[in-house]
Design a protein around this ligand. Structure first.
Ligand code: PMP
Length: 407
């Protein structure tokens, strides 16, 4: 771990040196997808130029080297989240696939007529729709724990909804729309008192905070590579072996089998049982490099710097007349969602774009949460450790200019 040198870190990210609409880009949309350091880009390039072959198959050296690189990345990820075993680290396309895998596989095995699944009102669509689908299929009920005005889960209400009919709890660690950091450990402990497993959607937590799946005692934890400075199309599902062993395969095909006859197929060991077909080899290797990169910066540095940015951005934005921040939880990570009186989020986003400032506008794949606040959407600025105070100053100046034009 090195000293935190923001200017040096920014130079690792080639995209931050680009322009958008002829202006130096101010990138404030890392919650949608983060930018990539040269270390990750170079590793992908190097793999395709010198190291590509299919994994787990060839007897020849190149294939064995690719397999080694692939499995080394799995070990890196295992250590990164402190999973007890590599068997519990499954590569998936991203958080969406991780949740669908659990909803479908765990659901078919453990969710029956009259059972319930418990989620919260601040979930991303990817942590709502897969549960709706399996609940409909199995005749189960989808329960939703409410959120208060500040954007925090109403814990008393959540605990009320937690009874023996609930077969799984699935909730977000950090809200992509509001930035709220949820007390997942307390919720997991409470669910475990009733032997109910918990899935944590860690898409927005992993880029900002150290995650230790054993300390959390999470039964499932999933995240996407592209939000943590790695490639798109790759992600991780951690699952406790005791659950994964009992769950049926999600996809059928090569790699996930031990023997196949037309009469009966036997399945491969974990984690391969859940990794049918040729995997995203370069994605996995790139993800491993992203893990190395994060570790070289250090989560302590990341958290401290991002907290400073969040405090600064909140203070500066609050000074803009008519600006209202949506999501004022005590515990927040690098997201500020807001609205300006009399200004449509889309119009504001479009003017900011012309100024070279990338923010997200809309419902952020959380339509029920937006409905909770009776708003169509927000403007969302989200940070990573490569952002600096100058980015926030540019945002504030941009909003002031846009508001003058629009009002
Ligand atoms: N959950 C949360 C909280 C997210 O922010 C996102 C991505 N916006 C997802 C799930 C889905 O991740 P992906 O699209 O990478 O599968």
């Amino acid at each position: 771990q090195q000293a935190f040198d923001i200017e040096k870190i920014r130079k690792d990210f080639p995209l931050l040196e680009q322009e958008m609409n002829g202006k130096p880009i101010i990138f404030l949309d890392s919650a949608a997808s983060s930018q990539k350091p040269a270390q990750v880009i170079d590793r992908l390039n190097d793999y395709y130029r010198t190291g590509h072959a299919n994994v787990h198959r060839g007897v020849y050296q190149l294939s064995q080297e690719a397999t080694t690189a692939f499995e080394e990345a799995r070990e890196l990820v295992r250590q990164f989240i402190n999973a007890p075993s590599e068997k519990e680290v499954i590569f998936v396309r991203g958080c969406t696939e991780g949740i669908n895998l659990v909803a479908s596989s765990y659901g078919r095995k453990f969710i029956n007529q009259g059972d319930a699944v418990l989620i919260t009102a601040m979930e991303h669509h990817s942590n709502i729709v897969p549960w709706q689908m399996i609940c409909e299929e199995r005749g189960a009920e989808l329960r939703v724990a409410p959120v208060n005005d500040a954007g925090e889960i109403d814990l008393d209400a959540l605990y009320e909804l937690l009874d023996e009919r609930v077969k799984i709890v699935s909730l977000v660690h950090v809200s992509n729309a509001l930035g709220t950091v949820n007390p997942v450990k307390a919720i997991i402990d409470r669910a475990h008192e009733l032997n109910i497993p918990v899935l944590v959607d860690g898409a927005q937590a992993i880029p900002h905070t150290q995650v230790d799946v054993q300390a959390l005692d999470a039964d499932f934890y999933t995240f996407s590579g592209h939000k943590m400075f790695g490639p798109t199309g790759i992600g991780v599902l951690y699952g406790k072996e005791e659950w994964l062993e009992q769950m049926p395969p999600y996809h059928g095909g090569g790699e996930m089998i031990k023997t196949v006859t037309f009469e009966k197929t036997t399945y491969n060991e974990l984690p391969h049982k859940f990794e049918a077909g040729t995997p995203d080899i370069s994605g996995v290797i790139g993800l491993g490099e992203a893990v190395r990169y994060i570790q070289s910066i250090g989560y302590e540095n990341i958290s401290r710097h991002e907290h400073e940015l969040l405090v600064y951005a909140t203070e500066q934005l609050e000074q803009i007349e008519g600006l209202r921040i949506i999501g004022t939880a005590k515990e927040k990570a690098s997201v500020v969602s807001f609205l300006v009186d009399g200004v449509h989020p889309y119009d504001l986003g479009a003017i900011l774009d012309k100024l070279g400032i990338a923010v997200r506008t809309g419902h952020h794949c959380t339509q029920p949460l937006m409905a909770r606040y009776e708003i169509p959407g927000t403007v969302r600025a989200s940070f990573a450790f490569y952002n600096n105070k100058a980015d926030i100053d540019a945002l504030v100046a941009g909003i002031n200019r846009a508001v003058l034009m629009l009002k």
